[in-house]
Design a protein around this ligand. Structure first.
Ligand code: T1G
Length: 713
């Protein structure tokens, strides 16, 4: 079956790309061969005077090169060749003697955008699903089919680096403004407007594109000295963001620079050489594993396939209009586009909650992620009540009231009394067992946990927690709705701390122990940001809030005993009214809401004299191994359904460094035997809390692993 179909209309060949059996178009070997043959046909066919490339998929133009194909490459030379061949195809398009136009609707990514860039003219629909971008660095590679060369030539080096180095996608309107797209079109008109553009190009050639950006662009983009400054700044910003752990952005920067300094040919050569190096490197391997894991999670409802009928959610109820409730409501209208009814005890509170929920939309409008019309449409979906009116029509209710078992039970009973007999009730909690909350409910099979992370609109993870009696239908409903809210969803067991807080707990405790031994706060946090976490553990405590951390730590200590004994630090901090960032008093100072340096009086408060006695290696080892050990233990208890879920949860929930693949992947990479022997050494020196998990010891003895893929994907 072929990927392309051709229809000729008045001298224009309309080439529709529609890969059979695939939800998206992918430039794999077969598609590329077919495309090249068609190009040769168009070259010699006198009747064809222009070509329009358009997609037959509903919301996708082309998703790029085939990721499956490039992970299977045997070595660097093969990867280099793949990139070189891709470049050659794009060159053929760019040099084609007749105009070729790209008519883009839906995602146009990676090699897909590189193809569009090689075309002589680009049209795109002004639809939110139309996104143009070069996500390659997110896979640990660089745009390897000429993207590092053509994008900067088209839109200027600064705008191009902004996209390439972050692996960003832009909506059509922004892409048009940047000059990536020549014409914006409403979706139903795409084909006819593209045909008209093709005829224009046949008559009068490709129009000259005006240089954009005025004087600044002239100074920075168009002259070598200005560009040298741009490269320097870009490099600095990449290093600040990646801590030097991710080679792809720097390689892409170098390929762009080579091309603009030494010409297109030299640029392409540098580009495919660097692509080859990156594609077989360890970081790309990990990032691709994460891509496949998140893709697989998009199809996993957390129950055995075919065992559940998820309910469609058209109306959501949210009980509790505080910070979490408002975040949930705002994210639900913005992402899922459902009606949301918010309930709290009185109308002033409801009003405040609604305002905070609209805040999510304000943020998106400000960042131009949504248009004014979309803003208005989403805001109109929000309404509030102080008495459960409207709740009989909800399909799912999420409660986000105070973390207190009796309060939550009462609220669940109130919700049950006011909703229809099919509605699912979710409780947002980080510390209370779901089964206990569901006790006393008339329909515990329709009650479950949805643990959102704060701030809800920003944090990408959601833990869904079935109670002892939750039905598969309820689980699948919550998982699917979480995905509609834009979350990556893992289903985890109803054990204290669930997954994320469980593995976080010993790590934060260990940071507390290190601190109480006199390790400076900066030394602890710096060591872990160097390891690759976005923030260090002490700064994280400030973010979470020390009251919240103390409560969570207490629950974990009670559940797991000795091993999870919290350090004294937090109690003393709380006694001094230090709650962290939220009251501007924590381990760090906050000046007008911005984090400043370490708050030195804290040392006196905790009766410590900071010293550099403990080396960064030991700090790292104690913190990381505390987490690895707990992850292994929790995994063996079945807290996560698979190592994949555990690693994705750690990466998306606490920012575990993606290039390390997650804690369970890291254990596989280190080897269970090595992890066990390090833990034993730590236990001998620092105490039994480091005693290796039984499952790890067994794994070490049997030479077992968490993943059976041998680390390849
Ligand atoms: N290669 C292989 N498979 C892909 C793919 C790709 N590029 N893109 C999607 N898929 C599969 C995916 O695994 C899933 O498979 C199915 O398509 C539907 O995807 C030379 C080298 C396009 C926004 O990084 O971001 O070009 O599970 O569930 O939510 O410089 O997929 O059904 O078997 O995610 O509608 C750069 C990656 C490649 C884009 C659609 N491109 N894809 O999202 O569907 S590298 C990317 C996406 C490159 C060049 C370099 C998303 C999507 P299955 P889905 P979706």
């Amino acid at each position: 079956m072929s990927t392309f179909t051709v229809v000729e209309e008045q001298g224009v060949a309309v080439l529709t790309i529609d890969q059979p059996g695939s939800p998206v178009n992918i430039l794999n070997a077969a598609a590329k061969a077919e495309f090249e043959a068609l190009l040769e046909q168009f070259r010699s066919d006198q009747a064809v005077r222009a070509v329009v490339i358009i997609s037959g998929k509903p919301d996708n133009f082309i998703a790029g090169a085939d990721i499956e194909e490039f992970v299977a490459l045997p070595n660097q030379a093969a990867a280099e060749a793949l990139s070189r061949d891709g470049q050659a195809i794009m060159d053929r398009v760019a040099d084609f003697p007749k105009p070729i136009l790209a008519a883009v609707h839906g995602s146009c990514l990676g090699g897909g955008l590189e193809l569009a860039l090689a075309c002589h003219y680009r049209l795109a629909t002004n639809h939110p699903k139309t996104q143009l971008g070069l996500p390659e660095v997110q896979l640990g590679i660089l745009p390897g089919a000429g993207g590092c060369q053509r994008l900067p030539r088209l839109i200027g080096v600064r705008a191009a680096l902004d996209i390439i180095l972050a692996g960003k996608s832009e909506r059509a309107a922004k892409a048009f403004k940047l000059g990536m797209v020549d014409e914006l079109v409403p979706p139903p008109l795409l084909r006819s407007v593209a045909l008209a553009a093709a005829r224009r190009l046949i008559e009068s050639g490709v129009p000259r594109r005006p240089r954009r950006g005025g004087l600044t662009a002239l100074l920075l983009d168009a002259n070598p000295l200005g560009r040298a400054l741009v490269y320097r700044m870009a490099r600095k910003s990449v290093l600040a963001k990646t801590g030097g752990h991710y080679p792809a952005p720097l390689a892409a920067l170098a390929a762009v620079r080579t091309g603009l300094t030494r010409g297109m040919r030299a640029g392409l050569e540098d580009e495919h050489r660097r692509f080859g190096e990156l594609a077989v490197g360890p970081v790309s391997r990990k990032l691709v594993q994460i891509f496949f894991a998140t893709t697989a999670l998009k199809k996993d409802d957390g129950v055995a396939p075919g065992s559940a009928t998820p309910r469609p959610v058209r109306r959501l109820g949210v009980v509790g209009a505080g910070f979490m409730g408002a975040g949930i409501a705002g994210t639900a209208v913005a992402q899922a586009g459902v009606e949301v009814r918010m309930k709290d005890a009185d109308l002033p509170r409801v009003g405040k909650g609604l305002k905070a929920a609209t805040g999510v939309l304000d943020g998106r409008l400000k960042r131009r992620r949504i248009t004014r019309q979309e803003y208005a449409r989403s805001a109109a979906l929000l309404s509030g009540t102080a008495d459960f009116s409207g709740f009989p029509r909800t399909d799912l209710v999420i409660e986000a009231v105070f973390e207190e078992l009796t309060v939550k039970r009462t609220v669940v009973a109130e919700i049950e009394a006011s909703v229809g007999d099919q509605a699912i009730i979710a409780t947002n909690t980080s510390t209370i067992p779901i089964t206990e909350i569901a006790t006393g409910a008339h329909h515990p099979e329709r009650v479950l946990g949805m643990h959102f992370f704060s701030p809800v609109d920003r944090m990408p993870l959601l833990e869904v927690i079935p109670g002892a009696q939750t039905s598969p239908d309820a689980i699948a409903t919550a998982v699917q709705f979480g995905r509609r809210m834009g979350k990556t969803v893992i289903v985890v067991a109803d054990r204290p701390g669930f997954w994320v807080n469980r593995i976080l707990s010993p790590y934060l405790n260990e940071a507390g122990h290190l601190l109480m031994e006199g390790t400076p706060i900066e030394a602890i946090d710096r060591t872990m940001t160097r390891f690759g976490f976005p923030v260090g553990p002490i700064a994280l405590l400030d973010e979470v809030g020390l009251d919240v951390a103390a409560k969570g730590g207490g629950v974990m200590h009670q559940a797991f005993g000795e091993r999870l004994t919290p350090a004294d630090a937090i109690g003393k901090m709380l006694a001094d009214n230090r709650l962290g960032r939220k009251n501007g008093r924590g381990f760090y100072r906050y000046e007008v809401g911005k984090k400043a340096g370490v708050d030195h009086p804290v040392y006196r408060l905790l009766s410590i004299t900071p010293s550099d006695r403990v080396s960064p290696q030991t700090i790292e080892q104690r913190l990381v191994y505390a987490m690895l050990n707990e992850a292994a233990m929790a995994a063996s208890e079945g807290v996560v359904r698979s190592p994949r879920d555990g690693d994705i949860g750690a990466i998306f929930g606490i920012g575990f460094p993606p290039f390390r693949g997650g804690p369970l992947r890291m254990i596989d990479d280190l080897g269970a035997a090595q992890v066990v022997s390090t833990l034993r050494a730590l236990a001998a020196e620092f105490g039994p809390r480091f005693t290796p998990a039984g499952s790890l010891v067994a794994m070490a003895e049997q030479g077992g692993r968490f993943y059976d893929d041998g680390g390849s994907r």
